[in-house]
Design a protein around this ligand. Structure first.
Ligand code: ZN
Length: 62
């Protein structure tokens, strides 16, 4: 299993991608992501809305 990370749209903290879900739309299925950030913000949003914000993440001790 590969863990994927992105950035929380609300607080900018590291957010883990918990699942990918394909939703049907008039233009065909498109992928949604369920993410949770370090501050426990949950989001369920289209992958395309995050892709531009996705960036390499450097893991560090807290
Ligand atoms: Zn957050």
């Amino acid at each position: 299993v590969t863990m994927e990370f992105t950035t929380c749209p609300e607080c900018g903290e590291l957010a883990q991608i918990r699942s990918h879900e394909a939703l049907e739309s008039t233009g065909g299925p498109f992928e949604h992501l369920r993410i949770i950030c370090l501050n426990r913000h949950w989001f369920f949003l289209p992958e395309s809305s995050l892709r531009s914000a996705r960036q390499p993440v450097v893991a560090h001790d807290r």
